[in-house]
Ligand binder design. Structure first.
Ligand SMILES: *Cc1c(COP(=O)(O)O)cnc(C)c1O
Length: 219
């Protein structure tokens, strides 16, 4: 079964990197996967999942939480400000805090309810114009703005440019996190999670290697 194989590879990568067993959290990315594939992985005991679309996640996870018990849900896709309220009620972590307007929105929601999911700041390490994320040069200022709003992000997240070696991006993200005293590192996907673990990833986001290819990819 794919989940067991991926978990074995994660443990092996932790050991190779001299890291303790379980220091890496495997987020099973279930976006647009058929329900039976997700239920198989739930039945095998996995309890940490990632989704990209708030509406899609809101449509399927409450029922799975009811039938399978406590589980941890991570928002890893771009978050529209008008979906932030729904998102914080559903998710345990948001990996895509990527702009001041979203920070402001989340800060307001935090004041109203007293808490927020754990926050990761998405960094556009490849400085790609079409990609979301704070530019590396802007991270310090963005973190100061977050702190002024009483937000305390726990880590950084990146999606390296497609078709490029991701290792330098992982190294850059790890260095930026260390420079700012942040302990969370959300990086690594199906094709490169072992390299991400070698570079210090605390959260890897693996979809197709666990569930199989996604049957379609919405825009
Ligand atoms: C879809 C997605 C993943 C999982 O990608 P795979 O290549 O299927 O492992 C990871 N991170 C983000 C941000 C994604 O959108």
């Amino acid at each position: 079964m794919a989940l067991a194989e991926i978990l074995n590879r994660v443990r092996a990568a932790e050991r190779t990197a001299g890291r303790s067993d379980g220091s890496v959290t495997l987020i099973a990315v279930s976006k647009v996967q058929p329900a039976d594939r997700v239920e198989r992985v739930l039945a095998e005991g996995h309890r940490v999942f990632g989704e990209n679309y708030v509406q899609e996640a809101a449509g399927k996870w409450p029922a799975w939480r009811d039938s399978f018990g406590p589980l941890e849900l991570h928002m890893i896709g771009p978050l529209q400000t008008n979906k932030a309220k729904l998102a914080i009620d559903l998710f345990d972590a948001i990996h895509t805090l990527d702009r001041p307007s979203l920070a402001q929105k989340l800060a307001g929601l935090q004041q109203a309810r007293g808490s927020l999911p754990r926050l990761f700041i998405q960094v556009n390490t490849g400085e790609e114009p079409q990609k979301a994320g704070v530019l590396p040069a802007d991270l310090s200022a963005f973190l100061r703005d977050c702190q002024a709003m009483d937000l305390s992000p726990v880590g950084l997240m990146c999606i390296p440019p497609e078709g490029e070696d991701s290792a330098p991006h992982f190294a850059l993200l790890a260095r930026m996190a260390a420079d700012h005293g942040l302990t969370g590192l959300s990086m690594g996907m199906s094709g490169d999670f072992e390299s991400a673990i070698a570079h210090g990833a605390t959260h890897i986001r693996v979809g197709s290697a666990i569930f199989g290819a996604r049957t379609y990819s919405p825009a």
